[in-house]
Design a protein around this ligand. Structure first.
Ligand code: SF4
Length: 80
Protein backbone atom coordinates (compact mmCIF):
# COMPACT_ATOMS: atom_id res chain seq x y z
CA UNK A 1 0.00 0.00 0.00
CA UNK A 2 1.14 3.52 -0.74
CA UNK A 3 1.47 4.80 2.82
CA UNK A 4 1.17 8.45 1.79
CA UNK A 5 -2.10 7.79 -0.07
CA UNK A 6 -3.31 5.68 2.85
CA UNK A 7 -2.61 8.53 5.28
CA UNK A 8 -4.43 10.96 2.96
CA UNK A 9 -7.39 8.58 2.67
CA UNK A 10 -7.60 8.27 6.48
CA UNK A 11 -7.49 12.07 6.91
CA UNK A 12 -10.22 12.55 4.29
CA UNK A 13 -12.39 9.79 5.77
CA UNK A 14 -12.03 11.16 9.30
CA UNK A 15 -12.90 14.70 8.15
CA UNK A 16 -15.99 13.42 6.31
CA UNK A 17 -17.02 11.37 9.33
CA UNK A 18 -16.60 14.33 11.68
CA UNK A 19 -18.71 16.43 9.28
CA UNK A 20 -21.49 13.92 9.79
CA UNK A 21 -21.18 11.93 6.57
CA UNK A 22 -22.40 8.34 6.82
CA UNK A 23 -22.93 5.90 3.97
CA UNK A 24 -26.56 5.60 2.92
CA UNK A 25 -26.05 1.99 1.93
CA UNK A 26 -23.21 -0.42 2.52
CA UNK A 27 -24.14 -2.51 -0.51
CA UNK A 28 -24.33 -0.79 -3.86
CA UNK A 29 -24.98 -1.58 -7.50
CA UNK A 30 -23.97 1.94 -8.49
CA UNK A 31 -21.02 0.71 -10.51
CA UNK A 32 -21.04 0.12 -14.27
CA UNK A 33 -19.41 -3.29 -13.97
CA UNK A 34 -21.93 -4.45 -11.37
CA UNK A 35 -24.84 -3.14 -13.44
CA UNK A 36 -23.79 -5.19 -16.48
CA UNK A 37 -25.24 -8.31 -14.87
CA UNK A 38 -28.75 -6.87 -15.08
CA UNK A 39 -28.75 -7.53 -18.83
CA UNK A 40 -28.64 -11.23 -17.92
CA UNK A 41 -31.14 -10.93 -15.08
CA UNK A 42 -28.53 -11.12 -12.33
CA UNK A 43 -28.42 -8.60 -9.50
CA UNK A 44 -24.85 -7.87 -8.50
CA UNK A 45 -23.99 -5.70 -5.53
CA UNK A 46 -20.66 -4.74 -4.07
CA UNK A 47 -19.33 -3.90 -0.65
CA UNK A 48 -16.18 -1.81 -0.46
CA UNK A 49 -14.15 -1.90 2.72
CA UNK A 50 -10.78 -0.55 3.74
CA UNK A 51 -8.47 -3.50 3.04
CA UNK A 52 -6.32 -5.38 5.47
CA UNK A 53 -5.52 -3.28 8.54
CA UNK A 54 -5.97 0.08 6.75
CA UNK A 55 -8.89 1.02 8.99
CA UNK A 56 -6.69 0.82 12.06
CA UNK A 57 -9.48 -1.10 13.76
CA UNK A 58 -9.27 -4.66 12.47
CA UNK A 59 -7.80 -6.73 9.67
CA UNK A 60 -10.47 -7.63 7.11
CA UNK A 61 -7.94 -9.51 4.95
CA UNK A 62 -6.53 -12.14 7.32
CA UNK A 63 -4.88 -13.96 4.41
CA UNK A 64 -3.29 -10.90 2.83
CA UNK A 65 0.40 -10.94 2.07
CA UNK A 66 2.98 -8.16 2.04
CA UNK A 67 2.96 -8.45 -1.76
CA UNK A 68 -0.80 -8.04 -2.21
CA UNK A 69 -0.84 -5.18 0.29
CA UNK A 70 1.86 -3.45 -1.73
CA UNK A 71 -0.21 -3.70 -4.94
CA UNK A 72 -3.70 -3.44 -3.45
CA UNK A 73 -6.01 -1.22 -5.53
CA UNK A 74 -7.41 0.44 -2.41
CA UNK A 75 -6.15 3.95 -3.16
CA UNK A 76 -6.33 3.72 -6.95
CA UNK A 77 -9.24 4.49 -9.22
CA UNK A 78 -12.03 6.94 -8.43
CA UNK A 79 -13.49 5.38 -5.30
CA UNK A 80 -11.76 7.76 -2.89
S1 SF4 B 1 -5.11 -7.22 -2.40
FE1 SF4 B 1 -4.66 -8.01 -0.33
S2 SF4 B 1 -4.90 -6.27 1.04
FE2 SF4 B 1 -5.93 -5.75 -0.91
S3 SF4 B 1 -8.08 -6.38 -0.63
FE3 SF4 B 1 -7.02 -8.11 -1.57
S4 SF4 B 1 -6.35 -9.41 0.17
FE4 SF4 B 1 -6.86 -7.38 0.99
Amino acid sequence: MDLQKLAQARILALAQYEDGWRPEHLLSDGNFKLQKGRARGVLNVGLSLAPSDASGVLDVCPNSTPECKAFCLFTSGQSI
